[in-house]
Design a protein. Structure first.
Length: 133
């Protein structure tokens, strides 16, 4: 948890940050990340997003610019105990404190092209609510 607190503070203090806070989130276990990735890759949004990205590659878009992003409700992906699988901190003018994940918390997964075809998970992280999208 201290790592997410430090990252939240760094993001809050970053002059490029246009928000009045800095967030840092994490999975509470490797199993939680694995469950999230598997769930995301079973969604229609994943299939649609990677198909659109593949079409862009086929039209000549650079692979380095092609990053399908998939957003899924945390509850849908992780089940009823979803809130025990995510954690984080928020830093703002009042200091750094543990983050509260709302009922509309989301998972964001970003993919990159795999050499030889297909997609590989680049990053996957929870956000505390839909406003974080």
């Amino acid at each position: 948890p201290t790592e997410t607190a430090r990252r939240a503070l760094v993001r809050y203090q970053d002059p490029a940050n246009r928000q009045s806070y800095g967030d840092a989130t994490r999975w509470t276990s490797d199993r939680a990340l694995t469950r999230a990735a598997i769930a995301v890759e079973q969604t229609r949004e994943y299939r649609d997003s990677t198909a659109a990205a593949q079409a862009a590659l086929d039209r000549g878009q650079q692979a380095s610019l092609t990053r399908p992003v998939v957003r899924v409700a945390a509850r849908d992906a992780l089940g009823p105990d979803w809130s025990r699988q995510v954690a984080g901190h928020r830093a703002d003018a009042n200091g750094v404190r543990p983050m509260h994940f709302e009922d509309d918390a989301m998972l964001i997964a970003v993919y990159r092209p795999r050499s030889g075809g297909g997609w590989i998970l680049h990053t996957c992280y929870p956000v505390p609510d839909r406003r974080g999208l």
